[in-house]
Design a protein around this ligand. Structure first.
Ligand code: TRP
Length: 327
């Protein structure tokens, strides 16, 4: 039997999670927690790369953890911790930062794209350029051999592998070279057809009530060429159909057929999907409500997770200090 996978997964605390986060990450993590040894990390230090406004980071970290719990991640199987509560991440980041060239980091397509989107090209901070180096420290402190991420994060895992190799070559074998576990159903369109994202204001949140879900789905983007119900529809490119494929795949073929034939109208289809999504969210809401009303439980889950993470990270750093003969 192959050894259990060791996994480190991480998410930046941007606030409440939406269906895109669920499908793009959480769902995978929930599956993986059954067959692997996972640690789940809230990457709060990583938030500093794009904004120095830290007022909401703590609260947003709690929201993320509550959504993880609500979605079904189980901290008894896989501890949850907050990056900034485990100082070893900063220490290993410092050492790794000596093992990678500036030119290598500047070639990273994800960081380049982010810089372009934020108009930062000439003004990128040293820490932002080094974002993947901190991510490598996150991953390798837990000697993870697998990291579940979306496609945009794959270049960071590549840098992680290079850092592991470079470290091992220079100082002796300490780190594994982690593989990327790419999320399958990574793209969940937002209500307007673009990628679902908080900043685009097109998201359905895990915490949305049935009323909110219904209002949002009713105004979702469908087939613009279809005016009357009897006009033939085009399910491909229709947001509601994408939700259908995800949330009731068993009837997707039939629905596509009915839509194309002009038997199923958009309004009716939206009504069905709003209900399906709300039904899907119902158990998530029940758990969310429990944790919202028991904040002490959430804090103690984090506290336990921090301790578990510190144990592993601390042991790895001992090895690192020994290997480099410093500290
Ligand atoms: N960079 C990731 C993101 O933006 C978050 C992250 C930080 C992460 N550290 C990590 C993901 C370690 C996986 C492993 O989504």
């Amino acid at each position: 039997m192959a050894q259990k996978k060791r996994i480190l997964s991480g998410m930046r605390p941007t606030g409440r999670l939406h269906l895109g986060n669920y499908v793009g990450a959480l769902e995978n993590w929930i599956r993986l927690q059954e067959t692997s040894e996972s640690h789940h990390m809230v990457a709060d230090w990583h938030m500093l790369t794009t904004s120095l406004d830290t007022k909401e980071i703590r609260q947003n970290s709690l929201e993320v953890v509550i959504d993880w719990l609500a979605a079904g991640l189980d901290p008894r199987k896989s501890p949850f911790f907050i990056q900034s509560h485990v100082r070893e991440h900063a220490e290993l980041h410092l050492i790794f930062s000596m093992l990678v060239t500036v030119a290598r980091l500047q070639r990273n397509p994800t960081v380049k794209e982010q810089a372009r989107d934020l108009g930062l090209e000439a003004n990128m901070s040293y820490g932002h350029l080094g974002y993947p180096v901190l991510q490598a420290a996150d991953i390798l402190l837990y000697k993870a051999n697998a990291v579940p991420v979306g496609e945009d994060q794959a270049p960071h895992v590549e840098i992680t592998r290079e850092l592991a190799r470079r470290f091992n070559f220079s100082f002796g074998e300490v780190f594994p070279e982690p593989e990327t576990i790419l999320t399958q159903f990574a793209r969940m369109p937002g209500l307007d057809g673009r990628k679902m994202s908080k900043s685009l204001n097109n998201a359905i949140y895990l915490s949305d009530s049935p009323k909110e879900v219904s209002e949002k789905v009713m105004q979702a983007y469908t087939d613009p060429t279809r005016i009357r119900k009897t006009d033939p529809g085009h399910p491909e490119g229709c947001v509601v159909f994408a939700y259908h494929q995800k949330f009731s795949p068993e009837t997707a073929d039939q629905v596509a057929c009915d839509c194309r034939a002009g038997r199923l109208g958009c309004v009716e289809h939206k009504r069905q999907m709003a209900k399906t999504i709300s039904d899907f969210l119902e158990p998530i809401h029940a758990r969310r409500q429990h944790y919202e009303t028991h904040p002490d439980e959430v804090l103690s889950i984090i506290d336990e997770g921090d301790k578990a993470a510190r144990r592993v990270a601390g042991a790895t750093m001992e090895e690192v200090r020994k290997a480099i003969c410093l500290g």
